[in-house]
Ligand binder design. Structure first.
Ligand code: PEP
Length: 251
């Protein structure tokens, strides 16, 4: 079955509001038709209000890089799904390995965030990936299966296809060392089989699975040519307008 590619730039902790605004102004009328590819920028919270307004009426979609799972309350420094929905944000990145490593994100909080996002019409891009130790120790299947199964817990079958899974091997993020497209596809296929085990083949065939980890304009086509890779989550190479547009062209 053919799934529409989804290319998402993840800016991480980069760009002031002004820089984010200038980027969106530079690309918003140049992104491909949403009939061909979904084009997404994940930006820091502070820039979201401005760039959602900038992107309005264009085919560029906006994502948050994180969300809390409660709607409101005594959670100093956090941003709720109600707030993101109110702004008009489309997607939210959940469980990025940097959040798991530096901010105590767990499979349990990832699951709560996936459920809360869906409840508020935010499409989750939820990240999974093994460390180098886990890959070299032959444990990647167990790690990935556990992450995927826990993230989807409680997601109703009719909402599962709205969840985008980003496979990001930790050792490939920001290192310039990407996985081979065959290895990435093997894991993405395994992710699809895991989803099929939870919801059946028909639903698993609809779920979009991205590869992330040192993707650039020069290598994106190799990944997207693979049977189970439906897009890319891209950090460094999404920071410049020309490079982001080149990634979209490569899709
Ligand atoms: C990421 O931030 O999710 C990522 C994959 O980063 P990079 O493309 O820089 O490796």
């Amino acid at each position: 079955m053919s799934r529409k590619p989804i290319i998402a730039g993840n800016w991480k902790m980069n760009k002031t509001v002004k820089e984010a605004h200038e980027f969106v102004e530079a690309v918003k009328d140049k992104v491909p038709s949403p009939e061909l590819v979904d084009s997404v920028i994940a930006a820091p919270f502070l820039a979201l209000d401005r760039i959602v307004a900038d992107a309005k009426g264009s085919d560029l979609k906006i994502a948050a890089e994180n969300v809390h799972f409660e709607n409101s309350g005594a959670y100093t420094g956090e941003v709720s799904p109600v707030m993101l929905e109110d702004l008009g944000v489309d997607y939210v990145v959940i469980g990025h390995s940097e959040r798991r490593a530096y901010f105590a994100e767990t499979d349990d909080t990832v699951n709560k965030k996936v459920l809360a996002s869906l409840e508020h019409h935010l499409l989750p891009i939820f990240c999974v990936g093994e460390s180098l130790d886990e890959r070299e120790g032959g444990r990647w299947q167990a790690v990935i299966k556990n992450q995927v199964t826990k993230a989807f817990a409680g997601v109703p079958a009719d909402q599962a296809p709205a969840v985008v899974v980003a496979y990001e091997p930790i050792w490939a993020i920001g290192t310039g060392k990407s996985a081979s497209s065959d290895d990435a596809n093997e894991v993405c296929h395994f992710i699809r089989e895991t989803v099929a085990g939870l919801y059946g083949e028909a639903t698993a065939e609809k779920v979009r699975i991205q590869y992330g980890g040192s993707v650039k304009p020069a290598n994106i086509a190799n990944f997207l040519a693979q049977s189970d890779i439906d897009g890319a989550l891209v950090g460094g190479a999404s920071l410049q307008p020309e490079s982001f547009l080149a990634l979209l062209d490569g899709a």
